[in-house]
Design a protein around this ligand. Sequence first.
Ligand SMILES: Cc1ncc(COP(=O)(O)O)c(C=O)c1O
Length: 422
Amino acid sequence: MIPHFEVGEDFARAMDERDPLKHFRERFHFPEIGGCNGVYLCGHSLGLQPKTVSSYIEEALKDWADLAVEGHFQAQHPWMPYHRLLSEQTAELVGAKPIEVVVMNSLTVNLHLMMVSFYRPTRTRHKILAERGAFPSDQYALQSQIRFHGFDPATSLVELTPLPGEFCLREEEILSLIERSGDEIALIMLGGVNYATGQAFDMEHITRAGHAHGCVVGFDLAHAAGNLELELHDWGPDFAVWCSYKYLNGGPGCIAGCFVHERHAHALELPRFAGWWGHDEKSRFKMGPEFRPMPGAEGWQVSNPPIVSLAALRASMDIFHEAGMPALRAKSISLTAYLEFLLNRVASKKVSIITPVNSEQRGAQLSIRMSQNGRTIYEKLAQEGIVGDWREPDTFRVAPVPLYNSYGDVYRFVERFAEGVG
Ligand SMILES: Cc1ncc(COP(=O)(O)O)c(C=O)c1O
């Protein structure tokens, strides 16, 4: 439940004192710019480094130094099955069964691998339904897959567009488009949370509507994993992909995540781009010529994974497991509502929040549209260590992250922001 908010720093201090998750803040390195007056609200872009990351990586480096190739089997945490150290916690994070998840590659690579298997256009059903203005990498991936199959994005890519004068999509518009054109849509491929507006989609409804019309349904959860409570198994999309460097704090370019619903776990006939790490582990080292995939999401692995990156991610996932998504989400809803409450008092025609007001339709991020001097204000704040990010042409995105941000951070951000806006 969202508490009653008050203006003034004392209120922020009191909320922080009462916060049951407040001790997690101490477990992260904060950037030094701005010193103790700095505020980091950019976890939607790059999450902060958990202080334990170095010891997890140290362990892997030491095993490499001491054991070299033997580390595959004799390391403290042997490298051969190392990625499985993340299976349970990744499954918990996204509401899946362990067989449905794997950490591998990067987000866009995983999106391509998933589309190889799940975008199977035919002459009558060749369209992909996506958001207009989806993250560019997704747009490029979708367009290139369409062309790869000999179709034309101009006719095969259907983009959901907000109504004139609006910034977010209306759920009824999404569902009605699926209702109208579902029989021509091969794949529905949406973000769980739109990167620009911060709008969260109702993945359960969309999946149900898509499946009712015979569409395959996939989600890009770059801005949803570690931000929203997800129930992927129950909601039932065919696949999902996400990165681990935003809310998941795995570090720049960290190994990414992938979900393939259990109903496809044994669909060995699905076409896929294969590599030896997806091959049945019992016979992988027999080095035979015939590919036999592992059951479940692991069967989509291609290469042996980067252990150092997995180690960094483990450090963060251990913290997520300890804090638990329900508690994190409860704090996030309150913290973001507090940010909204304070921003709404910055009485100015120059700024407006384009993220939905309803907490069920957003995560931690608020996107602030700035009609004047937005970029200058953003840059000035960044120099003082007040960090959000800027998306051309006019959007200042900020996200108070419940693991390490405080009500005091939000208060200080809005105080400086208001001064900048004038
Ligand atoms: C929504 C979304 N999709 C895709 C990407 C691209 O991710 P990667 O470079 O890890 O493939 C990003 C990166 O920020 C993103 O925000």
